[in-house]
Design a protein around this ligand. Structure first.
Ligand code: NDP
Length: 331
């Protein structure tokens, strides 16, 4: 089995030198244990936060410790009645090719014809649920709302745009970091309008695409995007603050929005959230997303990097915007 460990804490952008590979022989299975060969492992922005030794909502990775996180694989050996050989499972063991543990540490997932296992790591898994919770529970999105989504062409963003549309948004506007992504948002993901934030003047671009203002903001990016949303909010606007990726790899704190007083004058509500506190919504989400998917109403993209040895590259490339939809490593 090959695992990837944190070798040192990155300052700013991570490099390959911050990680270390370990190959070990797995022991014989103990009673109640299973061995799982991963099919896909996930690289996620929140992992960058865990590489810092600072207080956050999940404990930091320790030096010499494996990078844990979401993965999907299949049971290849089993000493457990609950997970026979061949069962598809998701788990949180993270960056490794083969894992072995007690059956309770894995979750069996139903195999649905036409649903690739990789979707359990995004549209029908963590990032899809994040989009659902952010829009419905946190921002209280209603039919007729104009919704703005930053980081719109990524894993959470592509889910959020489609969910907003399916829940009856009047207008869905997205921002992303390339002309190709912007085109995809309107052509494939049902956005009414989209813009490239790298062209600058985020507030101005948003204003021209949302002449009647925005009611809901789903923020994956923070910084200038948040300031732009505050500038364009209608009275009573609501923001689900999901992520702030524009500052994950910077070494200096970004200035705060200069227009915070709009919260007062327009009666705005900004609420941050982390998915771990809202897992009780996974049942309703699975039902809705499963139905939409079966009805052919959900599109998705994956950017797949092959081989465990390219995991660190995939992780860094994801934060640099090389992915469209979900970035995955195929084992
Ligand atoms: P993505 O698939 O969206 O990948 C990250 C994307 O961020 C890149 O593709 C890139 O797209 C964009 N990006 C990178 N740097 C910048 C920048 N400076 N300004 C604007 N965009 C940038 O990742 P996820 O969908 O997994 O995650 C999206 C966000 O959601 C993250 O902020 C993450 O932390 C957050 N999140 C929060 C959760 C929660 O519980 N609150 C749960 C899951 C995710 P581009 O080419 O457009 O720049």
């Amino acid at each position: 089995s090959t695992q990837i460990l944190l070798a040192s804490r990155p300052t700013g952008w991570p490099t390959e030198q911050n990680f270390q590979f370990r190959t070990s022989e797995l022991p014989e299975l103990a009673p109640g244990q299973v061995r799982v060969r991963n099919e896909f492992i996930s690289v996620d922005p929140y992992m960058r936060g865990r590489m810092n030794d600072t207080r956050s909502y999940v404990a930091p990775y320790q030096i010499g410790e494996q990078i844990t996180g979401g993965a999907v694989g299949r049971v290849t050996e089993s000493m457990s009645d609950t997970l026979p050989v061949g069962t598809l499972v998701t788990h949180q063991h993270g960056w490794s090719d083969t894992v072995q543990d007690t059956a309770e540490r894995f979750t069996a997932v139903p195999e649905i014809p036409g649903v690739p296992s990789s979707l359990r790591l995004h549209m029908m898994g963590m990032t899809g649920l994040t989009a659902w919770v952010g829009l419905t529970v946190i921002a209280g999105m209603k039919e007729g709302d104009t919704v703005f989504i930053s980081g719109a062409a990524g894993a959470v963003g592509t889910a959020a745009g489609q969910i907003a549309r399916l829940l009856g948004a009047k207008r869905v506007i997205g921002s992303a970091g390339s002309a190709e992504k912007v085109a995809l948002l309107t052509e494939k993901y049902g956005y009414d309008a989209a813009f490239n934030y790298k062209d600058g003047d985020v507030a101005g671009q948003l204003a021209s695409l949302a002449p009647e203002g925005i009611d809901v903001f789903f923020d994956n990016v923070g910084g200038e995007h948040l300031e732009a949303a505050l500038e364009n909010f209608n009275d009573g606007g609501r923001a689900a603050l999901c992520g702030a990726i524009s500052s994950y790899n910077t070494t200096e704190a970004a200035p705060g929005p200069r227009n915070m007083a709009n919260l007062i004058t327009r009666g705005l509500k900004l609420q941050g959230f982390t998915l771990a506190n809202y897992l009780q919504h996974s049942g309703e989400f699975a039902e809705r997303m499963g139905q939409w998917f079966t009805d052919g109403q959900i599109a998705y993209d994956e950017t797949i990097v092959d081989g465990i040895e390219n995991t660190v590259h995939a992780f860094i490339a994801m934060m640099q915007g090389e992915n469209t939809g979900k970035m995955l490593v195929r084992i």
